[in-house]
Design a protein around this ligand. Sequence first.
Ligand code: HPA
Ligand code: ZN
Length: 349
Amino acid sequence: MNHMNDTTSIEAFIRGLPKAELHIHIEGSLEPELMFELAKRNDIALPFATVEEVRNAYAFNDLQSFLDAYYQGAAVLLHEQDFYELAFAYLEKAASQNVYHTEIFFDPQTHTARGVAFETVLRGLRRALDEAERTWGMSSELILCFLRHLSAEAAMATLKEALPFRGQIAAVGLDSSEMGHPPSRFRRVFDEACKQGFRTVAHAGEEGPPAYIWEALTDLHVSRIDHGVRCLEDPALVDHLRERQIPLTVCPLSNVKLRVFDRLEDHNLKKLLDAGLCATVNSDDPAYFGGYIEENFLGVQKALNLERADLHGLARNAFEASFLTADAKAKLLVELDEYVVSASVTTMS
Ligand code: HPA
Ligand code: ZN
C-alpha cells in the first residue's frame, strides 16, 4: 500500500474525473455573497442582514419551500452584467471541478415578469459561456425552462420570445412546482418547440408520480428526464427507460435537501445504475443545496459506497446523454477512458 489510503485515492479519482453537467439552474448557482453584492449595486432590499443569515434560512421542507427562496434570490438580477457575473462564477467553479461540458437551465419568466428583457438575460449568459469556452475550452449549451406553475399560454408566449434567438438555445425544459402541474398541460407548447427545432427535456418524477414521467415521454417527446428518481415505483417504466436508454439527470444533494430522500445513504442512485438506467450526477441548484457537481459525486460515492467502475459509468453516461455532436462525444469519451486507465495505474499501486 502506498502512502495514500483508499479514501484519499478515490476522492482524488473523483476530482480528476472529466465531467459533463446536464442539470444546473443558473439562478440556483447564485451564492449569497454575489446576491448581496448585486442587491447593493441594484438598490434592492433583501430580507437578510448577513450572508450567514441567508445560509441559515436555507432549510427546506420540500420543493416549494426551496422555490420560494430561489425566486426571491433571483430578484437581485437586473442587468446584462448581473447575468454575466452569475454565469461566469458558476463556470469558473465548474472548470475547477473538471467539468468539460455543461448544459445550463435558465428561467426567463422569472426575469421577464420583473421587467427584465429576454435579450438582457440571454446576452449576459452567452457572454459568460463564450468566455468559458475561450478560457478553459469548456463547451456549453443553454436550455430554456418554462415555469410549470404558470399557464401554458405564458409558456407559449415565452417560446415566441425565444424564436429570434433559436440558434443560441439547444432545448426547452419544464421546471418549478411539480405536484398538480402535469407535463401534459404543456403538450401544445412542446409540440411547437419541436416544430421549431428545439430538443425537449422536463423535470418529472422528483416529487411527482411515475405517471408524470410517462407524460413527459409521450406528450413532450423529451430526450432526457430531469430527476426521474421515482421511476423505480413503476417496473414497466423502468423497462421503457432502460430499453431506450433515456437519461435521468439525478441530483443527489438536492434530493436530500428537498426531502425526496431522508439521507444520502437512502438515495436510489445505485439502484438506478443496477437497473441498467442511464443515470447521471448533477448539482441542480448548487448555491442552495450545499455543493457543486464534485460535492455531489463525493457525497454519493461515500454514502453508497460506489466503486470506480460506477463513477466511470456515471461520467460516461453524462457525455453520452449530452447534446454534443457524435464527434465531440467520441473525443471526450476517449479522454475520459484514458483518464480512468491512467488514474488506476497511478493511484492503485
Ligand atoms: N425542481 C423543479 N424546479 C426547479 C428545481 C428543481 O429541482 N430547481 C430549480 N427549479
Ligand atoms: Zn432542477
